[in-house]
Design a protein around this ligand. Structure first.
Ligand code: SF4
Length: 488
C-alpha cells in the first residue's frame, strides 16, 4: 500500500504537493518523495515521514515546475532502502518519472525479459522500475513508428503504449507518470484494483488537475468534485492543461474489482470512492456486526474500538445493538500503525507501545471490542489480555472484516497464508487462540451485498482473485518478501 499524488497546474506545484502528501501519510511511512518537471526533473526523496523528508522550506526550494508527483511508500515489494523509494526517473531516450501503488504479480518474468532481451540494468528491487521500463519500451515503439519521433507523439500514441503495457504487466497498479514535455499520465490495472481518483480546480492562471489515491487530498487542496478513473481509462493532462481521456466508457462495471479492504482499513474515513464515503461504509459494517452479535445471543454492556480505523464500525455496532459506545483504549498517536510496520518484532513492540485501557470504561463490564480486521491475531491477543487486566467481565472480539483466509498478491503484506490466523482454523479455534469469550465476524455474503456484490475484490476472504494467481505467482511473491527482508 502506498499513497500517490500528481498535480499539473499553471502555478508552481512543489509546496502543494508536499502539503497534499501529508494527507496520504497513513498509506505509507517507509519513505516519501516528490518530483517536479520544468524542462528537467527535480527529485527529493528520503526514508521516513513526509514531515521528516521535507523538514524545512529549503527541502523543496529546488523542486521547480508546474507539474509533479508525490509518493508515500509502504514497501510491499522491494526493500525499505532509499534506492527503492519513489519517484523513479529516467532521462534517456526521453524523460519519464513515475510513481505507483500496487504490486506487479508477474515481476519475475518481466524482470528477466527486461534484463535479458532489452539489456536493461534493473537497479531497484521494486516493481515500479519494471513498469517504468515497460512503458518506456512501448513509447519507444510508438516513437519509432511516428514521423518526427517522440516529439511528434500525440496522446493517442501514449494511450496505445499503455494499452500494450497492460497486456504485459499483471497485477494491481495505479500509476502516475510525468512524461517530459507531454504532461501527466494516469492509469490503473485493467480491473481497477487499487484506487485512483481525479479532481480539478482553478489556480491563478487557469485550471489545474490532480490525481490521488484518496479524495481527502483534494479537500485539502481545494479541488473537486472528485471522480474515480474507470479501470480501463487512461488520462493524459498535457502541458497546456488540456485533458485527454481514453477507454473509460467501454469498461463494463462488472469487470472492475476494486479492493474492498480500502473501505475496511486502508483509506481514511473522510475518503470517498465512487459515491461510497468510507465512514458511511464502516458504519454499515457495524450494523452487520450487530446482526452477528445478536445471532450469537450476546449482549455487551459497552462497545469500544481499537483506535482509530474501527471507530465507525464500532459506533455502527453500538447503534445497532442499542448499547453505549465508549473510547475504551487510549492510543499513543506518535507511533505508527501496527499493521504497516514491516517486521514482526517491530509490530509486537508497537502494539505494546500504543494502546492503554481506560479502566473506568472496562472494569466489571462485558466489553465488545471492535477492530477493523484480524490478520495474524497478535494484536487481538494483546488487546484481549490488557482488557482482562483492566477488569473486563467478558471480552467479545469483533472484526469488521470477514475472516481473512487467503493471501493478497496485490500490494498488501498479507501475502503468506501461514500468517493468517483464520486461514487454517475455525472461528472456534481462533476464538480459543485469542483468549476471547466470543469472536464475531460479519457474514461474508451480507458483507459482499453491502457493496452490491460486484465491482469489488473480496479475494482475501473468498479466494476468487480477479487476475490469474497461480501457485507459482504465490511462491514468487513469498520468495521476494523473504529476499527483500520484509518477512523472515
Ligand atoms: S485480496 Fe483483499 S486486500 Fe487484496 S486487493 Fe483483494 S480485497 Fe484488497
Amino acid at each position: 500500500m502506498c499513497g500517490i499524488l500528481g498535480l499539473i497546474s499553471p502555478a508552481p506545484v512543489a509546496e502543494r504537493l508536499v502539503y497534499g502528501l501529508t494527507g496520504l501519510q497513513h498509506r505509507g511511512q517507509d519513505a516519501a518523495g516528490v518530483v517536479t518537471f520544468d524542462g528537467r526533473f527535480h527529485v527529493r526523496k528520503g526514508r521516513g515521514l513526509v514531515a521528516e523528508v521535507f523538514r524545512e522550506d529549503a527541502d523543496r526550494a529546488d523542486l521547480l515546475g508546474r507539474v509533479g508527483l508525490g509518493h508515500t511508500r509502504y514497501a510491499t515489494q522491494g526493500s525499505t532502502t532509499l534506492l527503492d523509494a519513489q519517484p523513479l526517473t529516467m532521462n534517456y531516450p526521453f524523460g519519464l518519472s513515475m510513481i505507483h501503488n500496487g504490486n506487479v504479480t508477474n515481476f519475475e518474468a518481466l524482470r528477466s525479459e527486461l534484463q535479458n532481451r532489452q539489456h536493461r540494468v534493473i537497479e531497484t528491487s521494486n516493481d515500479l522500475e519494471l513498469i517504468l521500463y515497460t512503458l518506456a519500451e512501448e513509447i519507444e515503439a510508438e516513437a519509432a513508428a511516428t514521423p518526427g519521433g517522440f516529439r511528434a507523439l500525440r496522446p493517442e500514441a501514449l494511450f496505445a503504449a499503455v494499452r500494450r503495457l497492460r497486456q504485459k504487466v499483471d497485477g494491481a497498479y495505479a500509476v502516475l507518470v510525468v512524461i517530459a514535455d507531454k504532461g501527466l499520465l494516469a492509469f490503473r490495472d485493467a480491473f481497477g484494483i487499487r484506487p485512483l481518483m481525479m479532481a480539478s480546480g482553478q489556480a491563478e492562471g487557469g485550471p489545474e488537475h490532480a490525481f490521488a489515491s484518496e479524495t481527502s487530498v483534494f479537500d485539502m487542496l481545494g479541488l473537486g468534485p472528485a471522480r474515480a478513473l474507470a479501470a480501463e481509462e487512461i488520462v493524459l493532462v498535457d502541458m497546456d492543461g488540456v485533458v485527454h481521456t481514453d477507454g473509460g466508457s467501454e469498461t463494463p462495471a462488472r469487470a472492475q474489482a476494486f479492493c474492498s479492504f480500502e473501505h475496511i482499513y486502508f483509506a481514511r474515513e473522510d475518503a470517498s470512492f465512487g459515491g461510497w464515503r468510507v465512514a458511511a461504509a464502516r458504519a454499515r459494517m457495524g450494523h452487520l456486526l450487530a446482526d452477528a452479535v445478536r445471532a450469537r445471543g450476546l449482549r455487551p454492556d459497552v462497545v469500544i474500538d481499537v483506535p482509530s480505523s474501527a471507530y465507525f464500525a464500532a459506533s455502527g455496532l453500538a447503534e445497532g445493538l442499542g448499547v453505549p459506545y465508549r473510547r475504551g483504549l487510549a492510543k499513543n498517536n506518535h507511533v505508527g500503525r501496527s499493521f504497516i510496520v514491516p517486521s514482526a518484532i517491530d509490530r509486537a513492540r508497537v502494539v505494546r507501545q500504543k494502546l492503554n485501557p481506560i479502566p473506568e470504561v472496562i472494569a466489571g463490564r462485558k466489553v465488545a471490542v471492535v477492530d477493523d480486521s484480524i490478520v495474524r491475531g497478535t494484536t487481538s491477543r494483546h488487546i484481549i489480555r490488557i482488557l482482562r487486566e483492566a477488569g473486563a467481565e467478558a471480552v467479545y472480539m469483533v472484526s469488521a472484516a470477514p475472516p481473512l483466509k487467503h493471501p493478497c498478491p496485490y500490494g498488501i503484506d498479507i501475502a503468506r497464508r501461514a500468517e493468517l490466523v483464520a486461514a487454517e482454523h475455525s472461528v472456534e479455534e481462533v476464538e480459543a487462540q485469542l483468549g476471547a469469550d466470543a469472536l464475531i465476524y460479519p457474514d461474508l455474503a451480507a458483507f459482499k451485498a453491502l457493496f452490491g456484490g460486484e465491482g469489488h475484490c473480496f479475494a482475501c476472504f473468498d479466494g476468487h482473485y480477479p487476475t490469474a494467481v497461480t501457485e507459482e505467482v504465490r511462491r514468487s511473491i513469498e520468495r521476494e518478501q523473504v529476499a527483500s527482508g520484509r518477512v523472515g
